[in-house]
Design a protein around this ligand. Structure first.
Ligand SMILES: NC(=O)c1ccc[n+]([C@@H]2O[C@H](COP(=O)([O-])OP(=O)(O)OC[C@H]3O[C@@H](n4cnc5c(N)ncnc54)[C@H](OP(=O)(O)O)[C@@H]3O)[C@@H](O)[C@H]2O)c1
Length: 240
């Protein structure tokens, strides 16, 4: 199966690529930086893993950058994993519209545009394809300073549910994985004390496993999940 994974350069994205490659799939990865971690996958799985450096903040050019120049119409796409995202953290009284729009471009507008063209590819090839969006527990459990970021993930969740409704009759599925707090570059600015406070809100009192999130994505892309669509699957150590 051919899967497009955004944000493949590090963190959750590169782990999703690793799990999919291990399972025998072909991976088309997109991010801005071409990292050693991704290059290591290319040496291990030569011929089944491809990379394109694309700045996903340019929502208007998605058709050209992602589809014409990378996933052309003769590639049959089975899965799209919308993982790339950025966080704009601040309290609401400091909200800056330019920063909000910049975050929404990467977290919401571009994923919606990629979904549009991924669906068209699936329709062209009569593929019972699958879309998986990566949300965040912050969309369900409030955290001070994450209102803007969480709202972008809430938008994705609504988009996914409605996409599932719109295309389910053709066998195309759309689901969301909702991770809890994970130890990645995105969360690296938090102090140990802030991390501890977040861990205390989970049943398991620990950071969510990046590998567990990646395995859940791979499960949702697989035939084993053929009756699962329009769902949000929480992988969050039981966050309350
Ligand atoms: N970390 C957490 O605690 C946590 C919790 C819940 C949900 N999440 C979600 O999990 C997903 C993965 O996050 P992570 O923790 O792995 O974050 P990360 O380590 O910061 O990785 C983010 C990825 O997105 C890519 N990206 C960001 N902006 C981009 C742009 N303009 N164009 C292209 N690629 C871009 C980055 O690649 P380049 O920089 O190379 O472009 C990188 O590969 C995200 O959707 C995040 O919202 C994270």
């Amino acid at each position: 199966m051919n899967h497009l994974v955004t944000g493949c350069s590090r963190g959750v994205g590169v782990e999703i690529c690793r799990v999919l490659l291990k399972q025998g799939h072909t991976v088309y990865g997109v991010a801005r930086s071409y990292t050693d971690e991704f290059k290591a996958l290319e040496s291990e799985y030569a011929g089944r893993v491809f990379f394109k450096s694309i700045d996903l903040s340019d929502s208007k050019n998605v058709r050209k950058s992602v589809f014409k120049n990378f996933i052309s119409n003769n590639i049959q796409l089975h899965g799209f994993v919308n993982n790339a995202a950025m966080a704009y953290d601040d309290i609401v009284t400091n909200l800056n519209l330019d920063k909000l729009q910049a975050m929404y471009a990467v977290n919401v507008f571009t994923p919606m545009m990629i979904t549009k063209y991924a669906l068209r590819n699936m329709l062209l090839h009569h593929t019972k394809g699958c879309i998986v969006h990566i949300s965040s527990i912050s969309a369900h459990t409030g955290y001070k300073g994450l209102a803007m970021y969480a709202s972008s993930k809430g938008a994705l969740e609504a988009f996914s549910k409605n996409t599932a409704r719109e295309w389910g009759a053709l066998g195309i599925r759309s689901n969301v994985v909702v991770p809890g707090f994970m130890d990645t570059a995105m969360s690296s600015t938090l102090a140990e004390e802030q991390k501890d406070r977040i861990y205390k809100r989970t049943s398991m009192k620990a950071a969510t496993s990046v590998h567990s999130v990646a395995e859940t994505v791979a499960f949702l892309l697989s035939d084993a999940a053929c009756s699962i669509t329009g769902q949000n699957i929480h992988v969050d150590n039981g966050t309350i």
